[in-house]
Design a protein. Structure first.
Length: 135
């Protein structure tokens, strides 16, 4: 089952709420709702959950999730993370674990890190893309 725009937005907003309930400052900004296949949303959820687990061990963590339409066939999800302490993302295991679920044919991602966090940009094939291709 695919997640239409409303369901996908609900899942992302609920995850941000769950992260806040765990004591992590978190917010989601849905600039443009996206529709996703259930398998793609599961992959995204796993990645967001892993980012939240990283945040649990940091001082004053802040996790922001935003979505937007990238083009006619792709959506972009950006996960921004900041904390007060020096976060080292130089560990290959940490980077690997954060992005492992994203290594699918329907996503592409870039990870930019800095001493106090990271920005993970994920391009996801929208399930609406097949409608565009069929036109």
């Amino acid at each position: 089952e695919d997640f239409d725009r409303e369901k996908a937005t609900l899942v992302i907003n609920e995850l941000a709420h769950d992260i806040r309930s765990a004591g992590i400052d978190s917010a989601s900004f849905i600039q443009e709702p996206i529709a996703l296949e259930s398998t793609t949303l599961t992959v995204l959820y796993d990645c967001l959950y892993h980012a939240a687990l990283i945040a649990c061990d940091q001082e004053n963590p802040l996790l922001l999730i935003s979505t937007n339409r990238h083009d006619d066939t792709h959506a972009e999800v950006v996960i921004s993370f900041e904390c007060d302490n020096d976060l080292s993302l130089s560990s290959p295991q940490l980077i690997s674990a954060l992005c492992a679920a994203l290594d699918t044919k329907k996503t592409a991602h870039t990870l930019r890190s800095h001493p106090h966090g990271f920005i993970l940009s994920i391009l996801i094939e929208s399930c609406e893309s097949q409608k565009v291709v069929q036109k």
